[in-house]
Design a protein around this ligand. Structure first.
Ligand code: FES
Length: 168
């Protein structure tokens, strides 16, 4: 009888142990599935290397699901101290590539030195200023920070604060 009782106690403890281990494993798996993916954790900031962008070239990137245009102005492209992003000798236009009319994605026309929105004919100059058509205001400049020859999109650096202060 005592042997039978001991066996039951042993089986009970073994089942409790297995249940506890299973519970810990399940909690671990649940936590893993709740934790944000590394790509989501770093989604707020995007580092963009602008060192290889040629004069007159506009390159697009993605930041927080939005298109971002970085245009390196050529020597004959008009400059705009209120909007230009200057890195050393290089001058860039940095804008969110969404038309301020109804949100279409414009494209850069190097010959016209303008961003053209095909939806309703809106035109922005090489600095992103609206110059024709229905867009009510310039293309937006995303928050950025200059770090060497890279731009950290999503971070408000000194240069971004200076540009936004000039607008006011
Ligand atoms: S959405 Fe660009 S002009 Fe209308």
């Amino acid at each position: 009888m005592a042997t039978c009782q001991k066996r039951r106690d042993f089986i009970g403890m073994a089942l409790t142990g297995v249940t506890a281990v299973g519970g810990v494993c399940a909690l671990g798996a649940m936590k893993k599935s709740w934790d944000p993916l590394p790509s989501v954790q770093s989604a707020g900031f995007v580092t963009v290397d602008v060192s290889t962008i040629e004069e007159g070239e506009a390159r697009s990137f993605a930041w927080r699901g939005k298109p971002i245009f970085v245009l390196r102005k050529s020597a004959d492209t008009p400059k705009n101290a209120k909007r230009d992003v200057v890195i050393g000798e290089k001058v860039f236009t940095l804008v969110i590539g969404l038309c301020t009319h109804l949100g279409c994605i414009p494209s850069y026309d190097a010959k016209q030195k303008s961003f053209i929105c095909a939806c309703h004919g809106g035109v922005f100059d090489a600095s992103g200023i609206n110059t024709f058509g229905p867009p009510p205001r310039p293309l937006d400049i995303p928050p950025f920070k200059i770090a060497g020859e890279t731009l950290v999109l999503g971070e408000e650096g000194e240069e971004y604060k200076k540009l936004t202060a000039k607008k006011a």
